[in-house]
Design a protein around this ligand. Structure first.
Ligand SMILES: [Fe+2]
Ligand SMILES: [Fe+2]
Length: 200
């Protein structure tokens, strides 16, 4: 499918705010890809489509992931499931066949252990794109995102952990696994055992 057609379809599938966010992620992902020598077209495409399922109901998201492996924690949460649903729809609705792009969409919400640079870029661009509502630390994170992908990931994952912990919510095990790569002592796992109620 041509890029323009994808944009046209997306515009209809998303609300205005989400579409603006999407274009911001696309642009930021391209910029970061240039900076770190990652394929810019793949980054742009993954950025454009990363939230393509975001405005669907939970039931429709679950329909979209039929036959694709997702855990129960994801199945029950729109904010988690839209990434897997988006991955499936990028393939089935938007005709994307590039696995790197599909995987970057799949992991943009939770992250996971052993992320590719393309996946890191989409994960981070989603958090720092220009239309994001400012939050404490966003400017430092924006700077890091153009300097060091792994330091930026570490900081972003810690912020996500703080956010989840402050709301008394459950951190997805894949996020914890991503974070533990940067925290080799395993201290975090112990510290947040109570938060991560679904770990076992
Ligand atoms: Fe998203
Ligand atoms: Fe997003």
């Amino acid at each position: 499918m041509k890029y323009e057609k994808m944009e046209y379809k997306l515009k209809k599938a998303l609300d205005t705010e989400r579409y603006i966010h999407t274009k911001g992620v696309e642009k930021t992902a391209r910029k970061m890809a240039r900076q770190f020598g990652v394929d810019e077209e793949k980054a742009g495409l993954a950025g454009l489509l990363h939230d393509c399922a975001k405005c669907l109901s939970l039931a429709k998201m679950n329909k979209a992931v039929k036959g694709y492996p997702v855990d129960d924690l994801m199945r029950e949460s729109k904010s988690l499931l839209h990434s897997a649903a988006g991955r499936c729809m990028a393939e089935s609705v938007y005709g994307v066949t590039d696995r790197d792009v599909l995987e970057a969409i799949r992991w943009h919400t939770t992250g996971h252990a052993g992320m590719s640079n393309l996946e890191k870029i989409v994960y981070l661009a989603d958090i720092i794109e220009p239309s994001r509502k400012p939050f404490p630390g966003i400017e430092e994170l924006r700077t890091l995102c153009m300097e060091d992908l792994d330091e930026a990931m570490h900081k972003a994952l810690l912020m996500s952990l703080d956010h989840v912990a402050s709301q008394g919510k459950t951190l997805h095990p894949d996020t914890l696994a991503a974070l533990n790569e940067y925290e080799p002592t395993g201290k975090l796992l112990e510290q947040y055992e109570g938060v991560n109620a679904h770990e076992d």
